[in-house]
Ligand binder design. Structure first.
Ligand SMILES: [Fe+2]
Length: 166
């Protein structure tokens, strides 16, 4: 026999999180890196939502703003073979990006890596890279910026001089 002094609140009243109507509401907008990565994952998994929006433009990368929220933006980009971003950073923005279809190659000061569907990548303000589609097939990618991307300084001189993207 227990006295109430020996029981926990959950033993006495039950677990409120086991009752859906008592759970705190899911946040409408992400506010942490994990929540932004979760948003990118959910959008990536919703192929029927983004695939009909994709266009390809032979003149330049095509991009479409998918969503905005308080302090963030979500962009959908398409890349034909040979198209690239040029070397750049993202000013004060942090971000999450993911390849949805095809394969892209990213160049940073740490080297070169392949970006394929299924992974999400997070960066902090000042992160510099160059992304190119050096494959023979088109690619589609998703980019979440928080705060929204207000500047994307190009690093043309660094690139032309063969200097690392710092
Ligand atoms: Fe970028």
């Amino acid at each position: 026999m227990y006295s109430y002094a020996q029981l926990t609140d959950i033993q006495i009243g039950g677990d409120p999180l086991a009752c859906p109507h008592l759970r705190p509401p899911a946040p409408v907008h992400p506010s942490t890196v994990a929540e932004f990565a979760g948003l990118a994952r959910r959008i990536a998994e919703d192929r029927a939502g983004w695939a009909p929006l994709v266009r390809y433009d032979a003149a330049s990368r095509w991009y479409h703003r998918l969503r905005t929220g308080p302090g963030y933006e979500v962009w959908l980009l398409s890349w034909l073979p040979g198209q690239g971003s040029g070397a750049h950073d993202h000013g004060p923005s942090s971000g999450v990006y993911a390849v949805l279809e095809g394969e892209l190659t990213e160049h940073t000061s740490a080297g070169r890596r392949s970006l394929a569907p299924g992974a999400r990548h997070v960066f902090a303000p000042g992160y510099a890279h160059e992304v190119v589609n050096d494959q023979l097939s088109p690619a589609v990618s998703l980019h979440v910026y928080f705060p929204g991307l207000t500047e994307m300084p190009m690093r043309v001189q660094q690139c032309a001089a063969g200097l690392p993207l710092t």
